[in-house]
Design a protein around this ligand. Structure first.
Ligand code: SF4
Length: 265
């Protein structure tokens, strides 16, 4: 996998975010591609990806190479995410759309999930991505409202809900995710689940937050697996179609299964 990615000069969030599931996923030929470079313009306090004000310009050849890699890996479900590019006029939305179209051309039978940034709430940018008709539109809320300023200072709770609501109203299948163990209360987590459901989110991931380093937001506690089961039951009771909730769950972990469960009659 590493040779293929190196040969095609591609990045994955698996590596960038130091995901604990990398070995297992890569063994199963599953990976989440990271487009628009591996340097972000934001500095979320839970994220290991390096940041800079002016990363390198987008690489126009990346969509085709990514589609080639996905074909070489024999992927049935392709997950594409990106760093946040607040330095670009459209936040990289056109690049996302080009990547979806390259995948459609190269792998017509595959499903495509995009985990997008908030494009600073620009509806025109979001519409560019939606026009390319991804099978799943994913955008993470990450944590509860009170913790947003400390955890993702350049993002915004209401703006993220707006992105999700806009996509759902446009007819997309919408997914989001939260990390637990950052200091949220039960009442705050329940409120966030209700807000996500009200925004039209149908697929949900809940996982344990792990701090990439001592310099990042501290882990407040390790949530026991039984509690994740309770939150899964609570989320399903709110009407989410499919919920993955366990300590090791991440946004794109077993994304294909989550999507399939969500579309079961
Ligand atoms: S927006 Fe935040 S979470 Fe996403 S890559 Fe940038 S720093 Fe990491």
């Amino acid at each position: 996998m590493r040779n293929l990615l190196g040969r095609l000069d591609l990045h994955t969030v698996c590596e960038g975010a130091r995901c604990p599931n990398r070995a297992a996923c890569w063994h199963d030929s599953a990976a989440a591609f990271l487009i628009l470079g591996d340097v972000c313009t934001r500095d979320c306090r839970f994220c290991a990806i390096p940041h800079a004000a002016r990363p390198a310009p987008p690489d126009p050849g990346e969509p085709a190479r990514l589609a080639e890699a996905a074909a070489a890996m024999g992927l049935r479900h392709v997950v594409v995410t990106s760093v946040t590019r607040d330095d670009l006029p459209d936040g990289g939305a056109a690049h996302f759309a080009a990547t979806i179209r390259a995948l459609r051309g190269r792998l017509p039978g595959a499903t495509v999930e995009v985990l997008i940034p908030d494009f600073q709430g620009e509806a025109a940018a979001l519409d560019l991505v939606l026009a390319a008709a991804p099978d799943i539109l994913n955008h993470n809320l990450e944590t509860v409202e009170r913790l947003q300023p400390a955890v993702r200072p350049q993002a915004d709770y209401e703006r993220s809900l707006c992105v999700l609501r806009h996509a759902a109203q446009a007819g997309a299948r919408v997914k989001s995710g939260l990390m637990l163990g950052m200091g949220e209360t039960e009442a705050e987590l329940s409120a966030a689940l209700r807000d996500l459901r009200a925004a039209g989110v149908s697929l949900l991931t809940l996982g344990q937050y792990l701090a990439p380093s001592a310099a990042h937001h501290p882990v407040a506690r390790f949530v026991p697996p039984a509690e994740f089961d309770q939150w899964r039951a609570a989320a399903l009771a709110l009407g989410f179609a499919s919920v993955a909730a366990a300590p090791h769950v991440r946004s794109s972990y077993h994304a294909e299964e989550l999507m399939a469960i969500g579309s079961a009659p």
